[in-house]
Write a protein that binds this ligand. Structure first.
Ligand code: CA
Length: 721
């Protein structure tokens, strides 16, 4: 029998009594030994094969497979799925993170890390905690992308903030228990690194990384903290620092051999901003590292070399944080490719033998299957249009690169682009079907070093620092590229698609697979959907009144299976850079909402404004117009400072207000108060005190020019996540 432990300090800890060990696999019995004291709480919370009652960690279990055994809602009855309650969230900015569920409560973190506990049966708010990120963050507020997930451990809710704090709240009342600043000059020379990802917790230890590789000079690292106190236990850097200061460990000494020039002055990236997987079987942690900072390799690694451990999966000892093995997906990464997408654990039968593997679909377009014991590559197959490589040599594990991809012969257009074939939106894996369900993207980008003085390049403060050059020679090629997306069911054993269905737009929500034979996914068109996991047939769809871009969860409470997902206008890099997403008509003003469904749910959504384009404000009579010089200066400033949130060409697609429809740029004084003075800081709009009066006016007139038809948006190149 099973029960919930409601003793002090264990209010949502699930325990088992007697012989009802739900874990079938003999290999896992070791972690299912109730014994005195009920065993380790994480074993109960995050065991791989139960009834799907809880969803207490980002990937639900340590497998990070976003799969639940819950099967009350299945292919035969999903048509009866209905809204049980909806909660409209009054927190600005992003609402595409993943909720968690334990002990009757749904926990969400949205916007600038505002955390709420909500009664799962009713949608009633139990408590709410705002860490005041806008006040603390300063220039880190830009870009105001907010949080993507949180963690639970015993009686604590643990999460990161954009300003770099790792915090723990009491799950019962939302009171702050501890707060630790995780960033410092060792990883963040220019003070521009940010936390957006979900922490992971095991054995009373919290793992967290950070992002920001194309911002200032950021050196990637993963850090481990005591869940009780917030005290740091260890930190593993993913790229070597200044050799003159000595290397922290043998791994850094080895990695430094693969770099040239003065790489440490640029950071140089490799951040752990998303993928962290704990493997209890091998007592290891796998982390996925991001791109180089800046993207242009000629600046940070002028003589070439592999630039370890950029764009790599690194296995670390879970107890000590020491290096065990690594696999680098893109040697000397140069395109904002990231190995930072979720890392899923599974046991697959390959060539007739069971293999303990990890799987990753990173940005670069391949699906990697890697042996967890050795770090050896098992397979690497293209998931779609991939033009930078012929394939991957399984013997050496190295990609077979096509000529010219390092923009050594001039600008080049490559597939995938900076959004990747798969981004941070989670994929799921069903052990029942053996399929991965990937929210797949088809997008290209242009890369160039033209006109960049790579020997003397320096990052600009409070701006994007990709080090990319002039791409006008391939502008037409990029403009004619057709971007799209799909839900891709991929068989990692047969190394081919089982099915694939087109999805709207370019970036959609993460997926969840269930024991009921279903795959759930929210889409940018404002629908939340259930697909047949075996065939891809759409069996159910719900109109959410706004795009649904969060990853869903499911759980069983008092015998009833619920499905919960966050919805809200597009945010983050996808909203800023992919202007074609604007065609869906979601505006910043559209609601952010938490939706919960069950069979025969009968609730109705609140009234929602229909989608439609923003209405630009006309100029008053006699309004000033930009000179040619001002227009050029304004466009450059806008592209570097504003576009990531407000959209390329001032055409917003939901991540921030559409400035063409804003009254603020009509008045120079108001504009200065907001843009230079930070008047709207509390709403997530950072101040840019370094802009002078001339620059402000050029920026203002550029925005007004876009409002009055002076400019057009292109799908353009933005700074990917
Ligand atoms: Ca990046």
């Amino acid at each position: 029998m099973e029960f919930f432990d409601r003793s002090p300090g264990g209010i949502w800890r699930r325990r088992l009594a007697g012989i009802a060990c739900p874990i079938a696999a003999a290999a896992l019995l070791a972690s299912c030994n109730p014994g005195p004291g009920g065993g380790k709480p994480d074993s109960w919370l995050i065991s791989p094969d139960d009834k799907g009652e809880y969803w207490a960690s980002y990937g639900r279990t340590y497998n990070e497979d976003h799969f639940s055994s819950a099967d009350q809602i299945d292919t035969s009855n999903v048509a009866r799925l209905g809204l049980e309650w909806a909660y409209d969230i009054d927190v600005p900015l992003r609402a595409d993170s993943q909720p968690l569920f334990a002990d009757g409560k749904v926990y969400i973190a949205t916007g600038l890390s505002v955390v709420q506990a909500i009664e799962a049966k009713t949608g009633r708010t139990i408590w709410r905690y705002d860490p005041g990120v806008a006040k603390v963050a300063g220039k880190k507020l830009y870009p105001s992308w907010g949080i993507r997930g949180l963690a639970l451990w015993k009686d604590k809710v643990i999460f990161g903030t954009q300003d770099g704090r790792l915090m723990a709240l009491d799950a019962r009342d939302g009171k702050e228990l501890w707060s630790t600043q995780t960033l410092g000059p060792d990883v963040d020379q220019s003070g521009e690194a940010t936390i957006t990802g979900a922490p992971r917790v095991f054995d009373g230890k919290v793992l967290i990384g950070f992002g920001g590789a194309e911002r200032g000079s950021v050196r990637g690292a993963i850090s481990c903290y005591d869940a009780e106190t917030g005290k740091r236990l260890w930190r593993f850097y993913t790229v070597p620092g200044d050799p003159a200061k000595g290397f922290e460990n043998a791994a850094m000494k080895m990695a430094a051999q693969s770099w040239s020039g003065e790489w440490w002055k640029f950071g140089p990236g490799g951040t752990v901003w998303n993928a962290i997987t704990y493997d209890p079987e091998f007592r290891r942690i796998y982390v996925g590292t991001g791109n180089g900072g800046p993207w242009n390799w000629k600046i940070r690694n002028p003589k070439g070399g592999d630039a370890l451990f950029l764009n790599s999966i690194i296995a670390l000892d879970a107890d000590t944080g020491e290096y065990v093995w690594h696999y680098q997906e893109n040697p000397n990464e140069a395109w904002d490719y990231n190995a930072a997408m979720d890392i899923t654990l599974a046991e697959l039968e390959i060539d007739g033998k069971p293999r303990k593997v990890l799987m990753q679909a990173p940005k670069n377009g391949f699906l990697y299957v890697i042996d967890r014991a050795t770090g050896k590559l098992v397979s690497a197959e293209k998931l779609g249009k991939v033009t930078w490589a012929e394939g991957v040599d399984l013997k050496s594990g190295r990609p077979i690169e096509k000529p010219g991809i390092r923009y050594e012969n001039g600008p080049v257009v490559l597939w995938p682009g900076t959004f990747g074939i798969h981004n941070w939106q989670p994929m799921s894996f069903s052990p029942r079907t053996g399929l991965l369900y990937i929210p797949a993207i088809r997008q290209a980008d242009a890369y160039s070093s033209e006109g960049v003085d790579t020997a003397n390049w320096k990052p600009t403060e409070n701006a994007w620092n990709t080090g990319m050059g002039d791409v006008s020679a391939v502008k037409q090629e990029l403009a004619s590229a057709e971007f799209s997306s799909s839900l891709l069911a991929w068989d990692p054993v047969r190394k081919k698609a089982a099915w694939q269905i087109p999805t709207p737009g370019i970036v959609n929500g993460g997926t969840m697979a269930t024991g009921g034979g279903l795959v759930f996914q929210g889409l940018i068109d404002g629908t939340f959907n259930a697909f047949d996991a075996a065939s891809g047939a759409r069996l159910w769809s719900f109109d959410a009144g706004v795009s649904v871009l969060g990853a869903p969860i499911t759980y069983v409470l008092d015998g009833v299976q619920y499905v919960t997902v966050l919805a809200g206008p597009p945010s983050g890099a996808a909203a800023g850079s992919l202007t074609s997403q604007a065609k869906f008509g979601w505006r910043y003003e559209h609601p952010r909402r938490l939706l919960t469904f069950r069979l025969d749910g009968k609730a109705r959504l609140p009234e929602t404004a229909p989608p439609g384009p923003a209405t630009p404000i006309a100029d008053p009579p006699g309004a000033a117009r930009a000179s040619a010089d001002q227009a050029a200066q304004g466009a450059a400033l806008y592209g570097n400072r504003c576009g990531a949130c407000h959209g390329v060409g001032a055409v917003a697609s939901g991540g921030a207000p559409d400035l063409r429809a804003s009254g603020i740029p009509l008045d120079p004084d108001t504009f200065a108060n907001v843009v230079q003075g930070g008047l709207l800081l509390s709403r997530g709009m950072p101040g840019f005190p370094d802009l002078d009066g001339k620059e402000l006016e050029a920026l203002r007139l550029y925005i007004r020019g876009q409002a009055t038809g002076g400019g057009k948006a292109s799908q353009g190149q933005g700074a990917g996540p």
